[in-house]
Design a protein around this ligand. Structure first.
Ligand SMILES: Cc1cc2nc3c(=O)[nH]c(=O)nc-3n(C[C@H](O)[C@H](O)[C@H](O)COP(=O)(O)OP(=O)(O)OC[C@H]3O[C@@H](n4cnc5c(N)ncnc54)[C@H](O)[C@@H]3O)c2cc1C
Ligand SMILES: *[C@@H]1O[C@H](CO)[C@@H](O)[C@H](O)[C@H]1NC(C)=O
Length: 528
């Protein structure tokens, strides 16, 4: 049955991309958003909601990917935006996007999805029944397909340690943390080894009497600025890099990081290798530890009335607050766990999008993957693939094939990280999905048409616009965007002329030449 009406649930980064791709395919999307605004995570609000259903931003949040990497493929950030954008500013980008592409009229705000299940005639039609509650009361509607875009960051994960109940101080999740003011002259313990833990610890350390950060396994601290002071993700996320062995990539990054701080002296070193462990994008943590405002400690063993005891036997007395920055659980309460499990290791989503066991390919999850990089372009390519599948232009493998693929990926990730986690490098994943819909830049044909552009796509930063050069719904601005990545980055930071204007050099020139020669030789052989 031809898909026409599509329910999109959620109007965050994933939902907006989904509405837009539905429109491009000629579908009629109806988006249900429980909030009054678009943007999801990026809607900034000062108050702490009591339902704890929404993920929330703290004042000090700054994006951990650069703007050239974090934008949608056909909607770059304004030129004068800084390369790393304060969380409070980012919401506007998503509002602008929704406005620009005329998405708002397809969104029913203040409308919560209560139930999503197979329609009565599902077996023959693949349709879905969506029950919502909004300003007009409850209603149930039937849709040809659904895209679930409610995010992976909705339920705060709170650990419990022995003795926690007796602790007399305050305990909260980073989701309820807003700013450091109320921590003046207090002793604070932040728990966690990832981005939020680092941000919150650095933030409170500026006001508190003393802040501690407790990490079971340490972490890899990654600075925003990378080689030669350019945004690091412009170096990490290159197609060419992923042809290099992982140990080599790891080496490159570790070497650069070692010039910035000594993770052993600071007590931060991870017990696991880089790319197999948690990472923390943070520029300030080393300085805070250097001046004694912050101290890294091991995992918590148990609480006492007034503090905690750590696994190494050391303790803190007179602790005022504990802030858990321990991440989130997946929770999609309105849909059965046969479609979306609430346990990471039981999720059976083919390529993190399609429940493998559905009879019809009319149900897609967008935004259910965590990548070590910017999320918007990942979710966008998922949405583009999902709509191509709905349309029948692209088909899914048989169930057994999908299940096998899922199991393989799970095993691989488990071996790599030593736990069930979805944490993948974005470029190979995006390229894989893009290949399915013909949107991955094909080097050979691109090289023959536009060699400079081809080299940029392959050796340079794999920016989202590179998925708009071919395939469905190309964008005429894509080439310019790809060619001007470095200038656009600088135009957000440089408002005063300096004597030397130097260009970026990603790889040593000799390495570039060698690969250029290899490629030309390769092309020659292929064309013979
Ligand atoms: C603190 C924090 C910092 C982050 N920093 C970065 C970063 O720097 N860079 C980056 O790329 N990513 C970052 N992320 C990841 C970020 O979550 C994703 O990039 C992206 O914003 C997720 O978008 P989403 O649309 O999938 O989900 P969300 O933004 O969570 O949006 C889901 C939407 O669905 C709605 N919804 C949920 N349930 C229902 C329902 N039952 N009915 C109707 N509507 C519903 C919600 O109201 C919400 O609007 C960060 C996340 C957090 C929590
Ligand atoms: C940025 O933060 C989000 C949320 O914590 C995370 O999922 C993502 O991997 C981070 N990006 C990078 C480049 O580490």
């Amino acid at each position: 049955m031809a898909v026409k009406q599509v329910a999109v649930i959620g109007a965050g980064v994933s939902g907006l991309a989904s509405i837009k791709t539905c429109l491009e395919e000629g579908f009629e999307p109806v988006c249900f958003e429980r909030d009054e605004k678009v943007g999801g995570v990026w809607v900034f609000r000062d108050e702490v909601r009591t339902d704890h259903e929404e993920s929330a931003l703290y004042h000090a949040l700054v994006t951990n990917s650069s703007k050239e990497m974090m934008c949608y493929s056909d909607y770059p950030f304004p030129k004068d935006c800084p390369p790393y954008i304060p969380g409070k500013r980012l919401g506007k980008y998503y509002e602008d996007y929704a406005e620009h592409f005329g998405l708002l009229k397809h969104i029913r705000f203040s409308t919560k999805v209560l139930k999503l299940e197979e329609a009565e005639d599902y077996d023959t039609t693949g349709r879905w029944s969506v029950t919502t509650e909004g300003p007009g009361g409850k209603s149930t509607d039937i849709f040809d397909a659904v895209m679930v875009c409610t995010g992976m960051f909705s339920q705060a994960k709170m650990p419990t340690y022995p003795g926690q109940d007796e602790f007399e101080g305050e305990i909260l999740h980073s989701n309820d943390y807003r700013k450091a003011d109320s921590y003046a002259n207090k002793t604070v313990l932040v728990v966690g080894g990832s981005h939020s833990a680092g941000d919150v610890a650095v933030d409170t350390s500026r006001k508190s009497k003393k802040t501690y950060i407790s990490m079971r396994n340490g972490t890899w601290v990654i600075t925003r600025a990378g080689p030669m002071g350019w945004p690091r993700d412009l170096f990490l996320n290159r197609r060419f890099n992923f042809l290099l062995p992982e140990w080599y990539r790891r080496n490159m990054v570790e070497k650069d990081l070692a010039t910035r701080f000594n993770v052993d002296n600071l007590g931060l070193r991870s017990t696991r290798k880089l790319f197999c462990s948690e990472v923390m994008v943070n520029d300030d943590i080393a300085n805070r530890i250097f001046c004694g405002a912050l101290t890294a400690k091991p995992g918590i063993k148990h609480f006492t009335q007034k503090g905690v005891v750590f696994t190494d036997g050391t303790k803190i007395d007179n602790l005022d607050s504990v802030i858990y920055a321990t991440g989130y659980n997946i929770k999609v309460p309105f849909v059965g766990t046969h479609l979306i499990s609430d346990k990471i290791d039981e999720l059976q989503l083919y390529q993190y999008v399609f429940p493998a066991k559905q009879k019809h390919p009319t149900f897609a999850c967008v935004g259910f993957v965590m990548t070590v990089g910017a999320h918007a372009p990942v979710f966008e390519i998922q949405a583009r693939w999902a709509t191509q599948v709905f349309k029948g232009n692209v088909s899914l493998p048989p169930v057994s094939g999908m299940l096998k693929d899922i199991e393989m990926k799970k095993k691989f990730l488990y071996q790599k990280f030593g736990k069930h986690i979805i944490f993948i490098p974005p470029i190979p994943y995006q390229d894989g999905i893009a290949t399915k819909i013909g949107a991955k830049p094909t080097f050979k044909s691109l090289f023959l048409k536009d060699p400079i552009l081809a080299l940029k796509c392959f050796f340079g930063p794999a920016v989202p616009a590179s998925y708009r050069l071919q395939g469905p719904h190309v964008w005429s601005g894509a080439r310019d965007t790809i060619m001007n990545v470095w200038q656009n980055t600088v135009s957000g930071t440089k408002f005063r002329d300096t004597p030397i204007a130097n260009g970026p050099e990603g790889y040593p020139i000799a390495l570039k030449l060698i690969f250029l020669v290899c490629i030309v030789a390769g092309l020659y052989l292929v064309m013979m």
